[in-house]
Design a protein around this ligand. Structure first.
Ligand code: NAD
Ligand code: WQD
Length: 352
Protein backbone atom coordinates (compact mmCIF):
# COMPACT_ATOMS: atom_id res chain seq x y z
CA UNK A 1 0.00 0.00 0.00
CA UNK A 2 1.39 3.40 -1.03
CA UNK A 3 0.29 6.66 0.60
CA UNK A 4 0.26 9.57 -1.86
CA UNK A 5 0.17 13.11 -0.45
CA UNK A 6 -1.20 15.85 -2.72
CA UNK A 7 -2.94 13.03 -4.58
CA UNK A 8 -5.84 15.12 -5.91
CA UNK A 9 -3.53 17.65 -7.57
CA UNK A 10 -2.32 17.80 -11.15
CA UNK A 11 0.69 15.51 -10.84
CA UNK A 12 -0.69 13.52 -7.89
CA UNK A 13 -3.74 12.36 -9.84
CA UNK A 14 -1.49 11.05 -12.63
CA UNK A 15 0.79 9.36 -10.09
CA UNK A 16 -2.26 7.62 -8.59
CA UNK A 17 -3.17 6.31 -12.06
CA UNK A 18 0.37 4.98 -12.58
CA UNK A 19 0.34 3.22 -9.20
CA UNK A 20 -3.17 1.76 -9.57
CA UNK A 21 -2.44 0.62 -13.13
CA UNK A 22 0.67 -1.14 -11.80
CA UNK A 23 -1.51 -3.07 -9.36
CA UNK A 24 -0.49 -1.14 -6.23
CA UNK A 25 -3.03 -0.03 -3.65
CA UNK A 26 -3.24 3.67 -2.85
CA UNK A 27 -4.22 5.82 0.12
CA UNK A 28 -4.73 9.30 -1.32
CA UNK A 29 -4.23 12.20 1.12
CA UNK A 30 -5.06 15.79 0.23
CA UNK A 31 -6.41 18.86 2.04
CA UNK A 32 -7.91 20.03 -1.31
CA UNK A 33 -6.45 23.54 -0.89
CA UNK A 34 -5.59 23.59 -4.61
CA UNK A 35 -7.60 20.72 -6.04
CA UNK A 36 -10.90 18.94 -6.22
CA UNK A 37 -11.93 15.47 -5.13
CA UNK A 38 -13.44 15.08 -8.61
CA UNK A 39 -9.95 14.32 -9.92
CA UNK A 40 -9.73 11.21 -7.75
CA UNK A 41 -13.19 10.05 -8.80
CA UNK A 42 -11.97 10.24 -12.38
CA UNK A 43 -8.73 8.45 -11.51
CA UNK A 44 -10.80 5.53 -10.21
CA UNK A 45 -12.96 5.64 -13.29
CA UNK A 46 -9.94 5.48 -15.60
CA UNK A 47 -8.26 2.64 -13.70
CA UNK A 48 -11.39 0.65 -12.91
CA UNK A 49 -10.03 0.37 -9.38
CA UNK A 50 -10.74 2.08 -6.10
CA UNK A 51 -8.43 3.98 -3.82
CA UNK A 52 -8.86 5.20 -0.25
CA UNK A 53 -9.26 8.96 0.07
CA UNK A 54 -8.39 10.78 3.30
CA UNK A 55 -9.23 14.48 3.35
CA UNK A 56 -6.34 15.56 5.57
CA UNK A 57 -3.51 18.02 5.97
CA UNK A 58 0.02 16.61 6.07
CA UNK A 59 0.76 18.93 8.98
CA UNK A 60 -1.64 16.85 11.07
CA UNK A 61 0.87 14.24 12.19
CA UNK A 62 -1.58 12.09 14.13
CA UNK A 63 -3.99 11.76 11.22
CA UNK A 64 -1.15 10.78 8.88
CA UNK A 65 0.20 8.33 11.45
CA UNK A 66 -3.26 6.73 11.78
CA UNK A 67 -3.56 6.40 8.00
CA UNK A 68 -0.09 4.83 7.71
CA UNK A 69 -0.95 2.27 10.38
CA UNK A 70 -4.58 1.63 9.44
CA UNK A 71 -3.81 0.70 5.83
CA UNK A 72 -0.46 -1.03 6.29
CA UNK A 73 1.39 1.55 4.18
CA UNK A 74 4.93 0.58 3.13
CA UNK A 75 5.97 3.65 1.11
CA UNK A 76 4.97 7.30 0.65
CA UNK A 77 4.97 9.46 -2.48
CA UNK A 78 4.98 13.04 -1.23
CA UNK A 79 3.61 15.62 -3.65
CA UNK A 80 1.63 17.87 -1.27
CA UNK A 81 2.86 21.42 -1.37
CA UNK A 82 2.28 24.98 -2.48
CA UNK A 83 3.97 25.68 -5.80
CA UNK A 84 3.36 29.21 -7.09
CA UNK A 85 6.66 31.06 -7.44
CA UNK A 86 5.15 34.59 -7.45
CA UNK A 87 2.91 33.84 -4.48
CA UNK A 88 5.91 32.52 -2.56
CA UNK A 89 7.56 35.94 -2.85
CA UNK A 90 4.45 37.55 -1.35
CA UNK A 91 3.90 35.10 1.54
CA UNK A 92 7.13 33.16 2.04
CA UNK A 93 6.31 31.97 5.56
CA UNK A 94 3.15 30.27 4.31
CA UNK A 95 5.38 28.31 1.91
CA UNK A 96 7.88 27.36 4.61
CA UNK A 97 5.07 26.36 6.95
CA UNK A 98 3.19 24.29 4.43
CA UNK A 99 6.08 22.74 2.51
CA UNK A 100 8.88 22.45 5.08
CA UNK A 101 6.91 22.02 8.30
CA UNK A 102 4.43 19.80 6.43
CA UNK A 103 7.27 17.51 5.33
CA UNK A 104 8.70 17.47 8.87
CA UNK A 105 5.36 16.35 10.28
CA UNK A 106 4.92 13.77 7.54
CA UNK A 107 8.37 12.33 8.18
CA UNK A 108 7.69 12.24 11.95
CA UNK A 109 4.52 10.28 11.34
CA UNK A 110 6.42 7.93 9.02
CA UNK A 111 9.14 7.40 11.62
CA UNK A 112 6.58 6.56 14.31
CA UNK A 113 4.87 4.12 11.96
CA UNK A 114 8.24 2.68 10.84
CA UNK A 115 7.55 3.53 7.19
CA UNK A 116 10.89 4.66 5.80
CA UNK A 117 10.54 4.71 2.01
CA UNK A 118 9.75 8.12 0.54
CA UNK A 119 9.62 9.62 -2.94
CA UNK A 120 9.63 13.42 -2.82
CA UNK A 121 8.52 15.98 -5.47
CA UNK A 122 11.44 18.29 -5.80
CA UNK A 123 11.94 20.71 -8.66
CA UNK A 124 14.52 21.80 -11.21
CA UNK A 125 14.02 25.21 -9.65
CA UNK A 126 16.60 24.14 -7.00
CA UNK A 127 19.33 24.69 -9.63
CA UNK A 128 18.56 28.40 -10.03
CA UNK A 129 20.40 30.15 -12.86
CA UNK A 130 22.17 27.52 -15.01
CA UNK A 131 25.99 27.68 -15.11
CA UNK A 132 25.93 25.13 -17.92
CA UNK A 133 23.41 23.08 -19.90
CA UNK A 134 22.05 20.48 -19.85
CA UNK A 135 21.60 20.46 -16.08
CA UNK A 136 22.87 17.31 -14.43
CA UNK A 137 22.34 16.44 -10.78
CA UNK A 138 25.84 17.69 -9.89
CA UNK A 139 25.06 21.24 -11.02
CA UNK A 140 25.42 23.73 -8.12
CA UNK A 141 22.18 24.55 -6.32
CA UNK A 142 20.88 28.09 -5.83
CA UNK A 143 17.13 28.61 -6.04
CA UNK A 144 16.15 32.20 -6.69
CA UNK A 145 12.77 32.34 -4.91
CA UNK A 146 11.22 31.21 -1.59
CA UNK A 147 9.29 28.34 -3.22
CA UNK A 148 12.51 26.91 -4.65
CA UNK A 149 14.26 27.36 -1.33
CA UNK A 150 11.58 25.29 0.45
CA UNK A 151 12.38 22.46 -1.99
CA UNK A 152 16.11 22.76 -1.33
CA UNK A 153 15.61 22.87 2.47
CA UNK A 154 13.49 19.71 2.25
CA UNK A 155 16.10 17.93 0.10
CA UNK A 156 18.81 18.81 2.63
CA UNK A 157 16.60 17.79 5.55
CA UNK A 158 15.91 14.41 3.94
CA UNK A 159 19.63 13.91 3.31
CA UNK A 160 20.35 14.56 7.00
CA UNK A 161 17.61 12.13 7.96
CA UNK A 162 19.21 9.40 5.85
CA UNK A 163 22.58 10.23 7.40
CA UNK A 164 21.15 9.64 10.86
CA UNK A 165 19.38 6.34 10.20
CA UNK A 166 20.21 3.91 7.42
CA UNK A 167 16.68 2.50 7.47
CA UNK A 168 15.53 5.36 5.23
CA UNK A 169 15.28 5.07 1.45
CA UNK A 170 14.50 8.40 -0.18
CA UNK A 171 14.12 9.53 -3.78
CA UNK A 172 14.26 13.26 -4.57
CA UNK A 173 12.76 13.74 -8.02
CA UNK A 174 13.62 17.08 -9.63
CA UNK A 175 10.85 17.75 -12.12
CA UNK A 176 11.43 20.04 -15.08
CA UNK A 177 8.26 21.49 -16.72
CA UNK A 178 5.32 19.05 -16.41
CA UNK A 179 2.61 19.53 -19.07
CA UNK A 180 -0.07 17.53 -20.86
CA UNK A 181 -2.78 15.36 -19.42
CA UNK A 182 -3.93 11.76 -19.28
CA UNK A 183 -4.81 10.51 -22.77
CA UNK A 184 -8.44 9.93 -21.70
CA UNK A 185 -8.88 13.70 -21.29
CA UNK A 186 -10.45 12.98 -17.89
CA UNK A 187 -7.71 14.35 -15.65
CA UNK A 188 -5.41 17.28 -16.23
CA UNK A 189 -4.20 20.58 -14.87
CA UNK A 190 -6.93 22.81 -13.47
CA UNK A 191 -5.30 26.07 -12.37
CA UNK A 192 -7.26 28.50 -10.24
CA UNK A 193 -7.49 32.00 -11.76
CA UNK A 194 -5.07 33.26 -14.39
CA UNK A 195 -2.52 30.54 -15.19
CA UNK A 196 1.08 31.58 -14.72
CA UNK A 197 2.49 28.57 -16.58
CA UNK A 198 2.73 28.53 -20.35
CA UNK A 199 0.73 25.48 -21.42
CA UNK A 200 -2.47 26.16 -19.45
CA UNK A 201 -2.42 29.76 -20.70
CA UNK A 202 -1.92 28.68 -24.32
CA UNK A 203 -4.76 26.15 -23.98
CA UNK A 204 -7.12 28.79 -22.59
CA UNK A 205 -6.29 31.13 -25.48
CA UNK A 206 -6.86 28.33 -27.99
CA UNK A 207 -10.30 27.61 -26.57
CA UNK A 208 -11.25 31.28 -26.50
CA UNK A 209 -11.28 31.84 -22.74
CA UNK A 210 -8.47 34.39 -23.10
CA UNK A 211 -7.83 36.79 -25.93
CA UNK A 212 -4.10 36.35 -26.41
CA UNK A 213 -0.92 35.00 -24.94
CA UNK A 214 1.74 37.34 -23.59
CA UNK A 215 5.16 36.02 -24.55
CA UNK A 216 7.58 37.16 -21.90
CA UNK A 217 10.50 38.29 -24.05
CA UNK A 218 11.83 37.41 -27.53
CA UNK A 219 15.30 38.83 -27.10
CA UNK A 220 16.95 35.92 -25.30
CA UNK A 221 20.10 34.34 -26.73
CA UNK A 222 18.12 31.42 -28.13
CA UNK A 223 17.48 30.53 -31.81
CA UNK A 224 14.09 32.31 -31.97
CA UNK A 225 14.68 34.67 -29.04
CA UNK A 226 12.06 33.11 -26.74
CA UNK A 227 12.72 31.08 -23.59
CA UNK A 228 13.59 27.40 -23.83
CA UNK A 229 12.32 24.82 -21.33
CA UNK A 230 12.30 21.06 -20.88
CA UNK A 231 8.58 20.25 -21.11
CA UNK A 232 7.79 16.74 -19.91
CA UNK A 233 4.53 14.84 -20.34
CA UNK A 234 2.86 14.39 -16.95
CA UNK A 235 2.20 10.70 -17.72
CA UNK A 236 5.94 10.13 -18.29
CA UNK A 237 6.63 12.06 -15.10
CA UNK A 238 4.15 9.88 -13.19
CA UNK A 239 5.80 6.69 -14.43
CA UNK A 240 9.09 8.05 -13.04
CA UNK A 241 7.56 7.80 -9.56
CA UNK A 242 6.77 4.15 -10.06
CA UNK A 243 10.35 3.53 -11.23
CA UNK A 244 11.66 5.43 -8.20
CA UNK A 245 9.53 3.37 -5.81
CA UNK A 246 10.85 0.18 -7.39
CA UNK A 247 14.46 1.37 -7.06
CA UNK A 248 14.30 2.40 -3.42
CA UNK A 249 16.21 -0.71 -2.48
CA UNK A 250 19.47 0.63 -1.09
CA UNK A 251 19.49 2.84 2.01
CA UNK A 252 20.15 6.55 1.47
CA UNK A 253 19.08 9.32 -0.88
CA UNK A 254 18.78 9.10 -4.64
CA UNK A 255 18.41 12.49 -6.35
CA UNK A 256 17.27 12.34 -9.96
CA UNK A 257 16.23 14.75 -12.72
CA UNK A 258 12.92 13.97 -14.38
CA UNK A 259 13.11 15.72 -17.73
CA UNK A 260 13.27 14.78 -21.40
CA UNK A 261 16.66 16.32 -22.17
CA UNK A 262 15.07 18.33 -25.02
CA UNK A 263 14.56 22.05 -24.86
CA UNK A 264 11.58 23.62 -26.67
CA UNK A 265 11.06 27.34 -27.11
CA UNK A 266 7.90 29.24 -26.23
CA UNK A 267 7.28 29.86 -29.94
CA UNK A 268 7.73 26.17 -30.76
CA UNK A 269 5.13 25.34 -28.12
CA UNK A 270 2.71 27.89 -29.58
CA UNK A 271 3.20 26.54 -33.14
CA UNK A 272 2.85 22.92 -32.03
CA UNK A 273 -0.28 23.69 -30.03
CA UNK A 274 -1.81 25.46 -33.03
CA UNK A 275 -1.00 22.50 -35.27
CA UNK A 276 -2.51 19.83 -33.01
CA UNK A 277 -5.58 21.86 -32.01
CA UNK A 278 -6.34 23.45 -35.37
CA UNK A 279 -6.92 26.71 -33.46
CA UNK A 280 -4.91 29.88 -33.62
CA UNK A 281 -3.08 31.18 -30.56
CA UNK A 282 -2.68 34.93 -30.97
CA UNK A 283 0.15 36.45 -28.96
CA UNK A 284 1.93 39.67 -28.19
CA UNK A 285 5.54 39.98 -27.13
CA UNK A 286 6.10 41.73 -23.81
CA UNK A 287 9.07 42.51 -21.59
CA UNK A 288 10.95 39.59 -20.03
CA UNK A 289 9.38 38.21 -16.86
CA UNK A 290 11.47 38.86 -13.74
CA UNK A 291 13.32 35.74 -12.60
CA UNK A 292 13.11 33.90 -15.95
CA UNK A 293 16.21 32.35 -17.49
CA UNK A 294 16.87 32.01 -21.22
CA UNK A 295 17.09 28.23 -21.24
CA UNK A 296 16.74 25.34 -18.85
CA UNK A 297 16.77 21.65 -19.71
CA UNK A 298 17.80 18.42 -18.11
CA UNK A 299 20.49 15.89 -18.57
CA UNK A 300 18.29 12.81 -18.03
CA UNK A 301 21.16 10.29 -18.19
CA UNK A 302 21.21 9.52 -14.48
CA UNK A 303 17.46 8.79 -14.43
CA UNK A 304 18.13 6.03 -16.97
CA UNK A 305 21.16 4.72 -15.09
CA UNK A 306 19.59 4.83 -11.63
CA UNK A 307 15.93 4.15 -12.33
CA UNK A 308 15.86 2.63 -15.81
CA UNK A 309 13.46 5.44 -16.67
CA UNK A 310 13.19 7.82 -19.59
CA UNK A 311 10.45 9.94 -21.07
CA UNK A 312 8.85 8.73 -24.28
CA UNK A 313 6.23 11.29 -25.25
CA UNK A 314 6.84 14.08 -27.79
CA UNK A 315 5.94 17.76 -27.59
CA UNK A 316 3.15 17.02 -30.12
CA UNK A 317 1.66 14.46 -27.78
CA UNK A 318 1.99 16.77 -24.77
CA UNK A 319 0.09 19.49 -26.64
CA UNK A 320 -2.49 17.07 -28.08
CA UNK A 321 -3.28 15.57 -24.66
CA UNK A 322 -3.34 18.96 -23.01
CA UNK A 323 -5.77 20.16 -25.69
CA UNK A 324 -8.05 17.11 -25.31
CA UNK A 325 -8.32 17.78 -21.58
CA UNK A 326 -9.04 21.48 -22.21
CA UNK A 327 -11.64 20.71 -24.88
CA UNK A 328 -13.47 18.10 -22.80
CA UNK A 329 -13.31 20.21 -19.61
CA UNK A 330 -13.44 23.87 -20.60
CA UNK A 331 -13.98 24.83 -16.95
CA UNK A 332 -11.72 22.22 -15.44
CA UNK A 333 -13.34 20.01 -12.83
CA UNK A 334 -15.91 22.62 -11.94
CA UNK A 335 -19.35 22.54 -13.43
CA UNK A 336 -18.61 19.66 -15.76
CA UNK A 337 -20.07 16.21 -15.35
CA UNK A 338 -17.90 13.14 -15.42
CA UNK A 339 -17.47 12.52 -19.16
CA UNK A 340 -18.09 9.05 -20.50
CA UNK A 341 -15.15 6.69 -20.18
CA UNK A 342 -14.27 4.78 -23.32
CA UNK A 343 -12.54 1.44 -23.70
CA UNK A 344 -11.62 0.77 -20.09
CA UNK A 345 -13.92 -1.02 -17.61
CA UNK A 346 -15.64 1.43 -15.37
CA UNK A 347 -15.95 0.87 -11.67
CA UNK A 348 -16.52 4.19 -10.01
CA UNK A 349 -16.35 4.07 -6.27
CA UNK A 350 -16.54 7.03 -3.95
CA UNK A 351 -15.30 7.16 -0.40
CA UNK A 352 -15.64 9.93 2.11
P1 NAD B 1 -1.05 20.88 -7.32
O1 NAD B 1 -1.27 22.15 -6.57
O2 NAD B 1 -1.96 20.55 -8.42
O3 NAD B 1 -1.00 19.65 -6.30
C1 NAD B 1 -0.55 19.77 -4.98
C2 NAD B 1 -1.59 19.14 -4.10
O4 NAD B 1 -1.18 19.21 -2.73
C3 NAD B 1 -2.94 19.86 -4.18
O5 NAD B 1 -3.95 18.90 -4.43
C4 NAD B 1 -3.12 20.49 -2.80
O6 NAD B 1 -4.48 20.55 -2.43
C5 NAD B 1 -2.30 19.56 -1.93
N1 NAD B 1 -1.76 20.16 -0.70
C6 NAD B 1 -1.04 21.31 -0.58
N2 NAD B 1 -0.69 21.50 0.70
C7 NAD B 1 -1.19 20.45 1.41
C8 NAD B 1 -1.14 20.06 2.77
N3 NAD B 1 -0.55 20.84 3.70
N4 NAD B 1 -1.74 18.91 3.15
C9 NAD B 1 -2.36 18.13 2.23
N5 NAD B 1 -2.45 18.44 0.93
C10 NAD B 1 -1.85 19.59 0.52
O7 NAD B 1 0.47 20.92 -7.84
P2 NAD B 1 1.23 19.90 -8.80
O8 NAD B 1 1.61 20.64 -10.02
O9 NAD B 1 0.48 18.64 -8.90
O10 NAD B 1 2.56 19.70 -7.95
C11 NAD B 1 2.75 18.58 -7.11
C12 NAD B 1 4.12 18.70 -6.46
O11 NAD B 1 5.12 18.77 -7.48
C13 NAD B 1 4.29 19.95 -5.61
O12 NAD B 1 5.03 19.62 -4.46
C14 NAD B 1 5.08 20.88 -6.51
O13 NAD B 1 5.88 21.78 -5.76
C15 NAD B 1 5.95 19.89 -7.26
N6 NAD B 1 6.39 20.40 -8.57
C16 NAD B 1 5.47 20.84 -9.46
C17 NAD B 1 5.89 21.35 -10.69
C18 NAD B 1 4.91 21.89 -11.69
O14 NAD B 1 5.33 22.64 -12.58
N7 NAD B 1 3.64 21.54 -11.63
C19 NAD B 1 7.27 21.36 -11.01
C20 NAD B 1 8.18 20.88 -10.06
C21 NAD B 1 7.73 20.40 -8.84
C1 WQD C 1 7.86 28.64 -19.36
C2 WQD C 1 8.29 29.64 -20.42
C3 WQD C 1 8.12 31.95 -19.71
C4 WQD C 1 3.75 32.00 -19.40
C5 WQD C 1 7.78 27.34 -13.47
C6 WQD C 1 8.36 27.47 -12.09
C7 WQD C 1 9.18 26.26 -11.75
C8 WQD C 1 8.41 24.95 -11.97
C9 WQD C 1 7.73 24.92 -13.30
C10 WQD C 1 7.52 24.15 -9.88
C11 WQD C 1 9.13 30.80 -19.86
C12 WQD C 1 7.16 31.67 -20.86
C13 WQD C 1 5.05 31.61 -19.62
C14 WQD C 1 3.18 33.01 -20.24
C15 WQD C 1 5.26 33.10 -21.46
N1 WQD C 1 7.39 24.77 -11.00
N2 WQD C 1 5.79 32.14 -20.63
N3 WQD C 1 3.96 33.51 -21.24
O1 WQD C 1 8.94 29.54 -15.41
O2 WQD C 1 10.01 27.55 -16.55
O3 WQD C 1 8.84 27.23 -14.40
O4 WQD C 1 6.99 26.14 -13.52
O5 WQD C 1 8.49 23.67 -9.38
O6 WQD C 1 9.60 26.39 -10.42
O7 WQD C 1 9.16 28.64 -12.05
O8 WQD C 1 7.51 27.69 -16.42
O9 WQD C 1 5.43 27.63 -17.73
O10 WQD C 1 5.85 29.62 -16.24
O11 WQD C 1 7.24 29.34 -18.29
O12 WQD C 1 5.91 33.61 -22.36
O13 WQD C 1 2.04 33.42 -20.05
O14 WQD C 1 7.11 30.26 -20.97
O15 WQD C 1 8.67 33.22 -19.83
O16 WQD C 1 10.08 31.14 -20.83
P1 WQD C 1 8.90 28.12 -15.71
P2 WQD C 1 6.40 28.57 -17.13
Amino acid sequence: MVLVTGAAGYIGSHVCIALLDAGLDVVAVDNLCNSSKASLERVQSICGRTLVFRHADIRNEDVIYDALRAYGVTAVVHLAGLKAVGDSNIRPMTYYENNVLGTMRLVSAMKRANVKSLVFSSSATVYGIPNYLPLDEKHPLGPTNPYGRTKLVIEEMLKDLCGSDDGWRIGNLRYFNPVGAHESGLVGEDPIGVPSNLLPFVAQVAIGRREKLQIWGNDYATPDGTGIRDFIHVVDLASGHLSALRHLIKPGVLTVNLGTGNGSSVLEVVRTFEAVSGRSVPYEVKERRAGDVAACFADPTFAMDALGWKSTRSLQQMCADHWRWQLQNPNGYHGSELPKVRERPRHLHRRA
